[in-house]
Design a protein around this ligand. Structure first.
Ligand SMILES: [Zn+2]
Length: 315
């Protein structure tokens, strides 16, 4: 298992899941594993490797069980996956995932469209997943994360009442969540809103780990990540090369760019455990398999400032 001692901020790479599912590329399993290996070698300690959704809906994720098993064999990092329901959780646990990120939309309209469930039904499903975990000692160390997408706005419902986000966070905590994940799925959030929402969510979570997931759709990804850090969030999601564009905004940038996020944190003197040179090598491995899919990122274009120390792991 990854050693998170000495880390100030845990960067959670979600490229092989959130990034790939937004592309048309069907990356072969071997290529995914080559990429995931390079990500691990850069020092990343948690990588989201797939999504246990029906293969018909997301053919890019059809090999998630195989990728999860092989990622576990690679070792050296926490293997995180996304699960939309109990069925997905059963498959993910059987494959040996270390962290299950259950997903529910704060927007009930979006949740009905995405997983065909009301909030109440999704929370019932989540409760069953917690029961499943607790029923088997083999799953004792698995993290079950209650994820909330569209917390800062929704392409279907528009603005989302903050009280809904807080209510659903409370429901997750009461159900026994090990972690809470709050996401700005479509890049609607701003730093002031981020500070307000995360301050309250951290209060409700009361010591349970809270992760933040931002998209850079309108250029505020890094500002939002910093705002979340400032109010106490210590786990931030990113996608190598900023993969994960929005299907409703063709050509728009995707998730917060991991390289830029790591550069920001390390340049502020925070330890991420990640070596930026090796992260750039992982980016090259990813690009080799992306079939010309556009990638983003300022650090990749400009490189390190003169005198900037190579961060993280020793070479
Ligand atoms: Zn996302």
């Amino acid at each position: 298992m990854a050693d998170t001692d000495g880390i100030d901020v845990l960067v959670h790479e979600v490229g092989p899941r959130d990034g790939l599912q937004a592309t048309q590329v069907l990356m072969p399993t071997d290529a995914k594993l080559e990429w995931i290996t390079a990500l691990r070698d850069s020092g990343l300690q948690k990588i989201q490797v797939g999504s246990f959704v029906p293969p018909k809906l997301l053919p890019q994720m059809a090999d998630s069980a195989d990728v999860t098993k092989s990622a576990k064999e690679l070792g050296g990092f926490k293997v995180s996956v996304l699960v939309p329901n109990l069925k997905g959780a059963e498959l993910a646990l059987a494959a040996g995932a270390d962290e299950l990120n259950f997903v529910m939309s704060a927007s009930e309209e979006h949740n009905l469209k995405n997983v065909r469930k009301t909030h109440e039904q999704s929370i019932e499903d989540f409760t069953r997943i917690i029961e499943l975990k607790r029923s088997n000692d083999d799953f004792r160390d698995v993290t079950i994360s209650g994820g909330l997408s569209t917390c800062f706005g929704c392409t279907i419902a528009g603005p989302i009442a903050e009280e809904i986000v807080f209510e659903l966070t409370r429901a997750y905590v009461e159900a026994g969540a090990d972690r809470i994940g709050i996401a700005d799925t479509v890049g609607y959030g701003n730093p002031v809103q981020v500070k307000r929402i995360f301050s309250e969510v951290l209060d409700i979570a009361d010591g349970i780990n809270v992760g933040a997931h931002f998209h850079d759709t309108r250029g505020l990804g890094l500002a939002n990540a910093f705002a979340a850090f400032e109010v106490g969030v210590r786990e931030l999601d990113g996608c190598l090369g900023g993969l994960g564009g929005c299907p409703y905004a063709p050509g728009a940038t995707g998730n917060v760019v991991t390289e830029d996020l790591v550069f920001m944190l390390e340049s502020m003197g925070l330890q991420t455990g990640i070596n930026l040179d090796r992260l750039m090598e992982a980016r090259a491995v990813m690009e080799k398999h992306l079939g010309g899919e556009p990638t983003h990122g300022a650090y990749a274009k400009a490189g390190a400032p003169k005198g900037f120390p190579s961060a993280g792991l020793a070479a």
